[in-house]
Design a binder for this molecule. Structure first.
Ligand SMILES: Cc1cc2nc3c(=O)[nH]c(=O)nc-3n(C[C@H](O)[C@H](O)[C@H](O)COP(=O)(O)OP(=O)(O)OC[C@H]3O[C@@H](n4cnc5c(N)ncnc54)[C@H](O)[C@@H]3O)c2cc1C
Length: 480
């Protein structure tokens, strides 16, 4: 029997970042991962501006940015031109080309460094939950054992056993089409190659090989049927109307445009994050990024709940905030596919004209990347949003806002030197800034989203309520 505070099923981007966030907050965390080692192929190849902004709140973006290559726009499907990020609400106005496997390596190293236990080759088979804990049966191929934890996080991908066994519905739309994917070598040029009937084979450059994507005619009734090189070759030749040899297959797979969203992200002591909570068409290259967003939102809330310091209802705000975000992601990705298929439909023409307009182009870039995330709409423009990484002076030293969040604690940024008494349960950082003239103080949640803004003349109004809502039942100064 193994005991831990939080058991995480799955060491993908969601599981690894969640584990690192929990361990940063001092929570005993164990990951069980079915695969004995990371697969040799790589699914995703990008981090978007929103994910980079979040990772920067823990000091994790800089190293990745130095390794990857920057593209000044957001990936999008169905529009003729790019969505530019110049001027968008982000500290990272670019997409970063970097293999998902590399992102996972970096997150895994951080999780291990912070003390997370990662059990590879361990399959979570079943679990039961009681009022006090969760007991999961985990199998390593030779024998099973029970892991008892206070919470279980299902970060176990789209076919999540955790989601199914928790009885959480996964409503949505079945796939209308399937595509074959092959990481191979061939002589086709990068980009779309059209065949005689207008259908195309897409060729995406990858390091040392290419990724071929082609819609599949007559997919098998069992979509888990392995894809063979012969099958892919026949489909490519059928679409192109000629033979183009595909060689040296590294990874062959099939995907569709199904869109489903878990009806609940929490069921008692069980939580879902990443693909376990949502699947969507492959438009906008968003899956890794949303998985990280979910984990970042959940980590600090679950940690406070485990420590017993969480305000009433804090953990439920994870479902409220990220289920709504998931719903928007399904809508955005489905809209992109619809746009791609719309041809000369009048609404599609309107969308293309919006995208051609600089303000419309930027708005679409922010929506599709999730940069428009706002958990408390209304009020000051910063409220509910990720606070921008403005430069600050703290104790005579130049720093910036994101650096204040590296420890993963709530921060009261005090720009007038009059909030020192509010130190219970959070860091109060007295600072000056030349770029925030209409702000006197900001309460930052550990994920960097703004819980309260004090403006000239507003004094401390509303701060006590925001502290009780996001930080906990801590003593507030008599002045409040
Ligand atoms: C071909 C392809 C291309 C993609 N390209 C991009 C892209 O360019 N950009 C992007 O952002 N996203 C992309 N994605 C999506 C992205 O890969 C996923 O959205 C992302 O990996 C989701 O992360 P996750 O942590 O939620 O789940 P996963 O990465 O799927 O991780 C889940 C983990 O759980 C493990 N697991 C499952 N069941 C169990 C169990 N019972 N016990 C223990 N472990 C278990 C699995 O082995 C796996 O390691 C792509 C996906 C595909 C298929």
């Amino acid at each position: 029997m193994l005991e831990t505070d939080v058991l995480i099923a799955g060491a993908g981007p969601a599981g690894l970042l969640l584990a690192a966030e929990l361990a940063l907050a001092g929570v005993r965390t164990t990951i069980v991962e079915r695969l004995p080692e990371r697969p040799p192929y790589c699914r995703g190849f990008n981090l978007n501006a929103r994910a980079l902004d979040l990772l920067a709140r823990r000091g994790l973006a800089e190293g990745l940015v130095a390794e990857g290559h920057r593209v000044p726009h957001a990936p999008v499907t169905g529009l003729p031109g790019p969505l530019l990020l110049d001027g968008a609400a982000t500290d990272h106005p670019f997409s970063l080309g970097i293999p998902q496997t590399r992102v996972e390596e970096v997150l895994e190293a951080r999780a291990l460094e912070l003390g997370v236990e990662i059990l590879r080759g361990h399959d979570l088979r079943s679990f039961t939950q009681s009022a006090d804990d969760v007991a999961a049966v985990v199998h390593n191929g030779r024998f099973g054992r029970t892991v008892r934890a206070r919470f279980l996080a299902g970060c176990d991908g789209s076919r999540s056993i955790v989601r199914k066994q928790a009885g959480i519905d996964f409503p949505g739309a079945d796939a209308r089409w399937y595509a074959l994917l092959g990481d191979v070598e061939c002589e086709l040029p990068y980009g779309p190659s059209a065949g005689p009937d207008g259908r195309s084979v897409f060729v995406i450059p990858r390091p040392g090989y290419v990724r071929i994507v082609v819609r599949e005619d007559d997919p098998p009734s069992d979509k888990n049927t392995p894809v063979t090189l012969e099958r892919l070759q026949a489909q490519v030749d059928a679409v192109l109307g000629r033979h183009v040899e595909l060689r040296a297959p590294r990874w062959l797979s099939r995907f569709g445009d199904a869109a489903r969203l878990a009806s609940r992200y929490r069921s008692g002591r069980v939580l879902l994050a990443g693909d376990a909570a949502h699947i969507h068409p492959p438009a906008g290259a968003i899956g890794v990024n949303v998985a990280l967003d979910d984990a970042f939102n959940l980590g600090w809330k679950l940690a406070a709940t485990v420590h017993g310091t969480a305000p009433e209802g804090l953990l439920d705000t994870y479902h409220e905030e990220r289920h709504a975000a998931g719903s928007r992601i399904l809508a955005n990705t489905r809209a992109q596919v619809a746009l791609e298929e719309a041809g000369e439909e009048p609404w599609a023409d309107l969308m293309r004209r919006v995208a051609a307009h600089p303000a419309g182009n930027r708005a679409l870039a922010e929506i599709i990347t999730g940069l428009d995330a706002c958990y408390e709409p209304g009020g000051h423009p910063w409220l509910g949003r990720l606070a921008p990484d403005v430069p600050l002076q703290v104790s005579g030293t130049e720093t910036h806002l994101a650096a204040l969040l590296h420890a993963g604690r709530p921060v009261l940024l005090d720009l007038t030197g009059s909030f020192a008494a509010w130190s219970a349960g959070m860091e109060v950082v007295a600072a000056s800034s030349s770029s925030t003239s209409d702000i006197e103080a900001v309460l930052l949640r550990p994920d960097g989203h703004v819980a309260w803004v004090g403006t000239p003349g507003s004094g401390e109004a509303g701060l006590a309520a925001a502290v009780h809502r996001w930080v906990g039942d801590v003593p507030v100064p008599a002045s409040a």
